[in-house]
Write a protein that binds this ligand. Structure first.
Ligand code: NAD
Length: 517
């Protein structure tokens, strides 16, 4: 999603000092056994149980163990959170602060996240199953960097004055939309939340975060850090719970002004409907993808392309919206490239997410595990050739593990080439020329990202323009940083996270036309 994949050497960013470089599995296990799992909602400045008293199990995909029971918020809790958010917004306690004051508080929040980076990384790994090394070096540092970057932007973005005739002053002002609900998925739990928290809070809104039910722990934990940093009561709240309960209650609420969503297209479409049936709240959707990873025969560095293709699908267990799940290879180099991809795939250290040496961990939960395995079965039924992997692994742990999997002989009309599997399953397809590659690449309902490898600068430019996706990578995969927008075309959604453009989602544009006399 811009700067995440493992083949990038510069993963470690910012000032974050991760747990010791000589971290061992034993030391990680010991630290995780000392963790305190905060499991309540954070409403109006304090932790509280759901009004109903209901909870749900927080199951670790590492070993299937129940870590804690989390508050299962519903309409009553959402009503309370929205009322607090609205009260805070209307009081101006945050929205009317000088931008430089908001910046100071958000920087303090980022500093506290950094202070607790090890703890947040452990929570993320235990809750979601990603390797601890990735949580420490990617998810948590990028989350901190994101909050810091928007904090810094808060007092550097100017409004506009329109070029009207001299007897008029017309100001184009950006104002916060009000109460923002951020509904986020489980694949990069804190990072996806931070992509909303940063710009929404920097622009003065009150934010209510609904984490995915599979991965609520870091969201709940950072709520307290936000309060400690001085973010006022009601400005940053967290309502954990089920999508059709807490999520739906937020998305249908008459006093929620904007829903910023990252997740599946199916739920994204529901949110549009909820908005239409209620208060026409702004809805921003960042949904799934089926990224074509296109490799032409003239590629200068086939090793680099193979490594990118492998990590592009196996990183984060393939649970990445822009995972390069369709490898489109020019016919003449298919066998050589696929062989290299499999070599990389076989070299990946797959196993216990708590082991600092692990590079590929567990699938988030039982449902997703079953879904990935069922797609692997479907691929075989559809006539694709299973070249590598395809089985569940480490069943003795009680966790949810699927081997890195490669299918050859895939046709673009097969379901495994069209539907988002969201697991470590690569489909290999071939093409004859650049034109066909673009045609097949675009032949999907999604349009989140695409990648092209070629040494021909003309082909690269033309293909990059012709591919219908929000991001196109050339001679790399998953490049980007906080300065570049990320989001989709077509059914991958229409919002853009990251960059200064993301601030537009959380602001209304007001024109003030002043007649001079
Ligand atoms: P999901 O759509 O099932 O759930 C996302 C969130 O929506 C969760 O918090 C869930 O509780 C909530 N939700 C579910 N039903 C709801 C309802 N009826 N009303 C309101 N909220 C509801 O998605 P997921 O399985 O958590 O995440 C995987 C999806 O996210 C994939 O499709 C992936 O591609 C996408 N994703 C996209 C991006 C991006 O930037 N475009 C980034 C990461 C993930």
């Amino acid at each position: 999603m811009g700067g995440l994949s493992r083949h990038r050497p510069d993963l470690s960013i910012g000032k974050v000092k991760a747990m010791s470089a000589v971290l061992s599995l034993d030391s990680v296990r010991q630290r995780s056994s000392q963790l305190n799992f905060v499991n309540q909602a954070f409403i109006d400045g304090r932790y509280c149980a759901a009004a109903s008293g209901q909870t749900f199990d927080c199951v670790s995909p590492v070993d299937g163990r129940v870590l804690t029971q989390i508050a299962r918020c519903d309409q009553a809790d959402v009503d309370r959170a929205v009322a607090a958010a609205k009260r805070a917004f209307e009081s101006g306690v945050w929205a009317d602060l000088a931008p430089k004051a908001r910046k100071k508080t958000l920087l303090a929040f980022a500093d506290l996240m950094e202070k607790h980076a090890d703890e947040l990384a452990l929570l993320e790994t235990l809750d979601m199953g990603k390797p601890i090394n990735d949580s420490l070096k990617v998810d948590i540092p990028l989350s901190i960097n994101c909050v810091r970057w928007y904090a810094e932007a808060a007092d550097k973005v100017y409004d506009e004055v329109a070029p009207t005739s001299p007897d008029v002053v017309a100001m184009l002002r950006r104002e916060p939309v009000g109460v923002v609900a951020a509904i986020v998925p489980w694949n990069f739990p804190l990072l996806m939340a931070s992509w909303k928290i940063g710009p929404a809070l920097a622009t003065g809104n009150s934010l209510i975060l609904k984490p995915a039910e599979q991965s609520s722990l870091t969201a709940i934990r950072v709520a307290q850090l936000a309060a400690e940093a001085g973010i006022p009561d009601g400005v940053f709240q967290v309502v954990p719970g089920m999508g059709p309960e807490a999520g739906k209650a937020l998305a249908r609420h008459m006093d929620v002004d904007c829903v910023a969503f990252t997740g599946s297209g199916e739920v994204g479409k529901l949110l549009l409907k909820y908005s239409g049936e209620t208060n026409m709240k702004r809805v921003w959707l960042e949904c799934g993808g089926k990224t074509p990873h296109i490799v032409l025969a003239d590629t200068a560095d086939l090793h680099a392309a193979a490594s990118a293709a492998a990590w592009g699908i196996f990183y984060n267990q393939g649970e990445v919206c822009n995972a390069g799940s369709r490898l489109l290879v020019e016919e003449s180099i298919k066998d050589e490239l696929v062989e290299k991809v499999m070599q990389v795939g076989k070299s990946i250290r797959f196993g216990d997410p708590l082991d600092p040496a692990t590079q590929m961990g567990a699938i988030v939960d039982q449902d997703q595990f079953a879904k990935v395995l069922s797609y692997i079965g479907l691929g075989q039924e559809e006539g694709a050739r299973l070249l590598m992997g395809g089985r569940k692994a480490f069943a003795e742990t009680g966790g949810f593990y699927v081997e890195p999997t490669v299918f050859d002989g895939v046709r673009n009309d097969m379901r495994i080439a069209q539907e988002e599997i969201f697991g470590p399953v690569l489909s290999v397809l071939t093409f004859k020329d650049a034109e066909e590659a673009v045609k097949v690449g675009n032949a999907t309902v999604y349009g989140l990202a695409s990648a092209v490898w070629t040494r021909d600068i003309n082909k690269a430019h033309k293909m990059a323009r012709a591919l219908r996706s929000g991001v196109v990578w050339v001679n790399c995969f998953d490049g980007g940083d906080i300065t570049t927008p990320f989001g989709g075309y077509k059914q991958s959604g229409f919002g853009r996270d990251k960059s200064l453009h993301a601030m537009e989602k959380y602001t209304e544009m007001k024109t003030i036309w002043i007649q001079l006399h």
